[in-house]
Ligand binder design. Structure first.
Ligand code: 6PG
Length: 253
């Protein structure tokens, strides 16, 4: 199937046939963005997400198909969010990335800037913000070269959930998110950090995401209620990679 591409001012939507095609397209964007950043800044600072959709991308980047195309010595991994669990836990976003990608490539340990999910949420958020400030230096918002995001069926992205006070944060880089379900707390990058990225890459797949995508790309009033709809980059650009099923309800992009 031909890839449907729609481009507007600072965002672009690409609809691919399925998760496999989407993951290969994401891998090629990761490779080219890493090369551009390393060529201009001698480093590539990327923040990644958890969930199920990016797993195939991580496995591809860690495979012989793509791993030799990236200068891993200059890649620095951060996370868009993390679950408040130890790094060995199956629910850990760090563990997903470690098992499928980080353990498969020549990445120096010092280039892994993980969120310490095992710590008390407040402390983990403060330590992570400290780590980001140390890495980027300066006093302003950090400028990640790339942030990989997903979208939940409720429109959440990273661990920014609809109606949550965390969406109003205007000073901190990372904050704890306390969820009703016990043991399900999270740490997340805040909206200003996401909106100061040089590039955001959304990966969205499957029929369960069709309704929320039609709202994000629909009326402004509805979009504003959805955290993923609040991503509006100040200077960077945003690419939405969707598979056909997820894009199933989109009209007149
Ligand atoms: C997480 C993620 C979260 C994820 C969405 C989509 O920790 O779960 O960072 O924001 O991207 O929930 O998840 P799926 O890819 O599994 O649909």
């Amino acid at each position: 199937m031909e890839t449907l591409i729609v481009e507007k001012s600072n965002w672009r939507v690409e609809v691919l046939s399925d998760l496999e095609a989407l993951s290969h397209r994401a891998a090629s964007i990761f490779v080219s963005t890493s090369r551009n950043s390393i060529a201009t800044k001698k480093r590539f600072a990327v923040a990644i997400s958890g969930g199920s959709t990016p797993r195939r991308l991580y496995a591809l980047l860690g495979s012989e198909v793509y791993r030799d195309q990236v200068d891993w010595q200059r890649v620095h991994f951060f996370w868009a969010d993390e679950r408040c669990v130890p790094k060995e836990d199956e629910a850990s976003n760090f563990r997903i990335a470690f098992d499928t990608l980080l353990s498969k490539v020549a990445l120096p340990d010092k280039n892994i800037h993980r969120i310490k999910g095992e710590e008390a949420p407040d402390q983990a958020a403060m330590d992570y913000e400290e780590e980001i400030r140390r890495f980027f230096g300066g006093s302003g918002w950090p400028g990640f070269d790339l942030i990989l995001l997903g979208v939940g069926e409720d429109g959440h992205t990273a661990s920014l959930f609809p109606g949550s006070k965390s969406l109003e944060e205007t000073a901190r880089f990372a904050i704890p998110v306390y969820l009703k379900e016990p043991g399900k707390n999270r740490i997340t990058l805040t909206l200003p950090v996401l909106n100061h990225a040089d590039q955001i890459l959304f990966l969205v797949a499957g029929p369960s995401k069709a309704a929320v995508l039609s709202e994000i790309f629909g009326e402004k009033e509805k979009r504003k209620l959805l955290p993923a709809g609040l991503i509006n980059l100040l200077r960077g650009n945003m690419i939405w990679l969707m598979d056909q099923e997820a894009a199933g309800k989109l009209k007149g992009l």
